[in-house]
Design a protein around this ligand. Sequence first.
Ligand SMILES: [Zn+2]
Length: 207
Amino acid sequence: MIWEAIESYSPTIATNDKNQNTKIIYTYLMKKNVQIPRIVEKLPNQRWGDIWRNMHMANIPTAWKTTVYCYLNQIIPTEEKRHRHNLTDSPACKKCGWLDTLKHRVTNCGAAKTIWEAAKVLLVKIWPDSQIHDCFQTLLVLDPPTKHNKFVTVWLASGFLHYQLTKPLHKIEEFLHMLKEEAAKLETKNDKSSQILKELRLLKLNR
Ligand SMILES: [Zn+2]
């Protein structure tokens, strides 16, 4: 119910005024008699309608979607979050000592950084003229500011977030292997000339 309401919320009525935006979404949801997700209240300027639609996109593995759901709603118990709720003495990352936030985990913690770099390289294969802020908006927010090759862009971002947040080792070979395995499943399910496979081939995973 909540997802339907958010999805049917039209981002075109959004304004740049943060409070105004929150109010519009809030009023809309109250009319529908549903509870507003806390993350939408917290970050009202994100295009949540598009983000939820991307998260639910067909042909993306359920396990990836589940991780992305927890990531986007910020319900993963990082040390920073646990510290804020008085559940631990320190907000520091147990692996490296930096402030343990979600962004730290997916872009900066030890070997996770090499996967973040690899994901950016893969994104450039799909989208050669993308800028650094496009990478952030795509890989960290699941909201690529382009409609071009939309499936593979969202697929890559979901796989990247899933790998970073669920696998402890952060090895490039393991990350690429996971992507290849899921791509192979799509190959057996879809027609060779399908748009999905056409987009996936841009990643050149088998070379
Ligand atoms: Zn760390």
